[in-house]
Design a protein. Structure first.
Length: 896
């Protein structure tokens, strides 16, 4: 298909719009083919739309972007060129004719009375492996990094898919696409929790894209790193490798010639250890392995140690058992790592604050006031494949400390390739060039609302959509799972179901640059979220291995666990999804066996629930850690016996996923069932299934943990810390919570007595929800409780309760509303206005991403870090007393 060449030239587009891959379009049925054929009208619609962003997409503000026009450096040039244009070769569905001004075409089904139990059953019958496989192929047939043309396409395509599944008219490309901060965007949330709808919000963060990069070892002759992944037979998707060059998101530009040193995982503690041993990082380039901490914090640690540049490389020593040294062939011939694979990724200082670097705490509207960033590195960095780093490590041989003297963290898996790890410094210079183009780019969150009877108790189910390249696992396995949930909810809606509570679906953009889409949205609607959100359920990648994994606020943990225990693992129905936690082996055991060292307990074990605390690294962060909304995260992750997952590489492709990642796509489907079931229960159960007593138990466990840390750090502290006030406050939260549990039970009992007898078999929430979570808006027998129409029981009940009884039922429902508000706002009680020390954006006093971990959670962060980082017992004591005060007021609110 050819564009009019003059128009194309004007827009700076290729007249020829090539296909990104041969894998998708060819296999469609003839009916699908017709919809895939590019219709000029639709195409020009998108072009017109894109041209609105022309100053950002196709050129700098003052004339054209130099990199885009003049640089002719193969892979690097094609990034913007290709990304910004090729996204338009797919056609979006033709907009359906406007029947009226409403988005809706969803008919009203007056007789669709579906109980929550029945709703669960209907929902669980929908997700299918075939549908998941097809969606995976759809979403991953083109690269879609944030801010690109492909990314916009993916946002609009998802908008149309959701509309279709939710029974709405399929809208045109320009319809329901809003500027963040506009009246339309604001009202969709602030006045829209009672309206079915799908739309796209546009934010404007600062992102950067690569212009030019090189890594050269200045030997004679010099050795130049490829900085490029290989096209391999057996994975046609690898032909798209140059669409997104290897680089670090939000990295600094720089051109450095210097000696280099190797710093193991490059964690803060590794730099501390090496400095103690006399290693000088000043002005040097640092090589660090991936693993152990978030990559941005490696760059931060290097920067603070005085380094001039950083290279972060992938070491197969962290690939578990599936390595070439053990006889496995490299991808695509086998499950071991492709030697040229590179982990792209953001080097934002995540634990300082996430989101748009230029608008901390504020939404990144187009006209936002921008400030100087404290969350981006000042020294350049690049990622390398293990193939590219071998000559660099070999040139360090015999120089400085032998890595084995420093323990197994400093050696790696390249011994098989002839590397003997030394720290250095090198005697030869390394030349590192990283030229980035920093500017404001548009990003697009696709959003949907499924209205419930109660619109101020909202459940949010989120996934990010942007990928570093194709993103078959990260994030699109999660996007697929979310799509299967949308199909299930759509099937319910079409039967006339209406949830008790409003459900919001979100497809975040620019998560990969640093949780940007979710953070900007949460900052936009923070006040609304605090008042109205009940829970934020996150799904990032849902399938990159065989180990089921979940983390959550302790109040959600048991409901999540119950859902995972109820869903049968589809490839072995004898077991539950929850039972598959170690199918791919256990990393802690693996590293303990390999290092011969007893591993310290990790954050995956928590107070008996078996569900660990949330750190960071995905989109739950703003909801939980800034706005105090109970959150969860789940999915399948790789274990040490699983095929190597090529994280953030071109080989995170549909081809890899279908062959090695999730053969048959059943884990995509299982994850959809678990998170869908959890969503339904949070939305439909009369008394919110949030367990504050489990929270109190976990607080007790976190207390024990921080006391152990205090004891083991006593030598570095200037005094002792008294934890008694904290222990007492946790006790009072526990007591208040048990009292609330009793109250919940009594309310259910009261209801039971008020309702005419019969058919209720069981106690507990299912009893109540079976009665209440059905009916629809227009039902004449609704009960009005403070303006909220709740459907009243009529299916299991022979006739309407008497007016007197109805009045009493209303009273009980009112009390239940009060209880639910307590449960809903419980997590917010852990938010402190002043935030955490030196990173005030984070306000949650129970859990935060570890200051030097990033992904991992630190519980009681303000206390823990006063001990481990400030080494101050007086600061720790102040934090203990502050947290105790916070917990006392949490207990008070429960008691109120
Ligand atoms: Zn992700």
């Amino acid at each position: 298909m050819k564009l009019n060449e003059k128009d194309a030239a004007q827009l700076g587009l290729d007249a020829q719009l090539p296909r990104p891959t041969t894998s998708t379009v060819d296999k469609q049925s003839s009916k699908r083919k017709t919809t895939q054929i590019i219709r000029l009208s639709a195409l020009f619609g998108i072009i017109l739309y894109l041209s609105l962003y022309s100053s950002n997409l196709f050129g700098a503000q003052h004339g054209q972007n130099e990199a885009f026009i003049t640089k002719n450096d193969g892979p690097l040039n094609s990034y913007w060129h290709g990304i910004a244009t090729k996204g338009m070769k797919f056609s979006l569905p033709r907009p359906e004719k406007h029947h009226d001004h409403h988005h809706h075409k969803h008919p009203h089904h007056p007789h669709g009375h579906i109980s929550p139990k029945k709703a669960e059953k209907i929902f669980l019958s929908v997700p299918s492996n075939d549908s998941a496989a097809a969606a995976s192929e759809r979403y991953t047939s083109y690269p879609h990094p944030a801010g690109s043309g492909y990314d916009l396409y993916s946002a609009l395509a998802l908008k149309n898919e959701w509309e279709k599944e939710l029974g709405l008219r399929v809208s045109g490309a320009n319809e329901f696409v809003y500027e963040a901060g506009s009246a339309e965007s604001q009202s969709r949330i602030r006045n829209g929790a009672d309206k079915l709808g799908v739309w796209v919000d546009t934010y404007y963060p600062i992102l950067n894209t690569p212009v030019h990069a090189s890594v050269t070892l200045l030997t004679d002759p010099p050795i130049k790193a490829k900085l490029r992944e290989d096209i391999v037979d057996g994975d046609p998707d690898s032909q798209l490798r140059d669409e997104v060059p290897v680089f670090h998101g939000l990295s600094a530009s720089g051109d450095v010639k210097a000696k280099y040193v190797y710093a193991g995982y490059g964690r803060k503690k590794d730099f501390d250890l090496l400095q103690e041993k006399g290693v000088d990082f000043n002005g040097k380039i640092v090589l660090t392995k991936y693993g152990g901490s978030f990559r941005g914090l490696k760059v931060k640690a290097a920067q603070e140690a005085g380094a001039a540049g950083v290279i972060v490389f992938t070491d197969p020593g962290d690939d578990g058992e599936i390595i070439e040294a053990n006889g496995y062939e490299a991808y695509p011939d086998g499950p071991a790592r492709q030697p040229s694979s590179v982990q792209r990724g953001s080097v934002q200082f995540l634990s300082k604050y996430p989101g748009d670097p230029s608008t901390p705490g504020e939404p990144a509207y187009k006209n936002a006031t921008r400030v100087e960033s404290g969350s981006q590195p000042s020294i350049p960095s690049l990622p390398l494949s293990y193939e590219d780093v071998i000559p660099l490590l070999k040139a360090l041989e015999g120089k400085g400390i032998h890595a084995s003297e420093l323990g197994s963290d400093f050696t790696g898996g390249l011994e098989y390739h002839g590397v003997d790890y030394y720290i250095g410094p090198s005697d030869v210079d390394l030349h590192l060039v990283n030229e980035m183009n920093d500017r404001v780019l548009p990003i697009w969150n696709t959003m949907a609302v499924i209205p419930g009877h109660i619109t101020d108790e909202v459940i949010i189910l989120g996934n990010h959509r942007d990928a570093w390249v194709l993103g078959a696992s990260d994030p699109n396995s999660g996007t697929v799972s979310q799509y299967e949930v949308v199909r299930g909810l759509g099937a319910l809606l079409k039967k006339g179901w209406k949830p008790l509570r409003t459900i919001i679906l979100t497809s975040w953009d620019a998560e990969e640059y640093g949780l940007v889409g979710s953070v900007e949205w949460a900052e936009d609607f923070g006040d609304w979220l605090v008042d109205n959100a009940v829970a934020y359920l996150n799904i990032d990648g849902s399938a990159s291995g065989t180990n089921f994994h979940a983390s959550a606020s302790p109040s959600i943990a048991l409901a999540l666990k119950a859902a995972a225990e109820e869903i049968n693992f589809s490839s072995d129905p004898e077991r539950s999804v929850y039972d598959t936690r170690n199918d791919g082996g256990n990393w802690d055991e693996f590293s303990a066996a390999n290092s011969g060292e007893e591993q310290l307990e990790t954050s995956t074990i928590a107070g008996g629930s078996g569900i660990g605390a949330l750190g960071s690294g995905s989109d739950y962060t703003p909801f939980l850690q800034r706005y105090g909304i109970a959150s969860s995260d789940l999915g399948y992750k790789g274990g040490p016996k699983d095929p190597v997952y090529h994280y953030h590489s071109i080989y995170d492709s549909h081809t890899w996923q279908a062959k090695y990642g999730d053969v048959g796509f059943h884990r995509h489907t299982d994850a959809a069932k678990v998170i869908g079931l959890l969503t339904l229960r949070l939305a439909d159960t009369l008394i919110l299934p949030l367990n504050t007593t489990q929270y109190a138990r976990d607080l007790q466990y976190y207390l024990e943990k921080v006391q152990v840390i205090a004891n083991s750090s006593s030598l570095s502290l200037d005094g002792s810390i008294n934890f008694e006030a904290l222990a007492l406050s946790i006790e009072s939260v526990g007591k208040a919570s048990i009292k609330l549990d009793k109250e919940k039970k009594e309310l259910i009992e009261k209801l039971r007595k008020l309702l005419p007898k019969p058919k209720f078999g069981h106690n507990g929430p299912s009893f109540v929800s079976r009665i209440f979570g059905k009916g629809c808006d227009h039902h004449k027998k609704d009960v009005d409780v403070e303006g909220i129409k709740l459907p009243i029981p009529h299916l299991p009940i022979p006739k309407l309760p008497s007016p007197h009884k109805l009045k009493e039922i209303k009273e009980v429902l009112k009390e239940i509303r009060v209880v639910n508000k307590k449960l809903q706002h419980f997590e917010y009680g852990f938010i402190s206005e002043e935030g955490l020390k030196d990173r005030e954006w984070y306000k949650h006093k129970i859990t935060a991403p570890g200051l030097w971990l990033g992904y991992g959670a630190t519980t009681f962060p303000s206390i823990t870090e006063a001990i481990t980082i400030d080494h101050s017992s007086s600061l720790a004591q102040k934090e203990v007393d502050d947290v105790a005060q916070l917990l006392n007021s949490v207990a008070q609110k429960l008691n109120a």
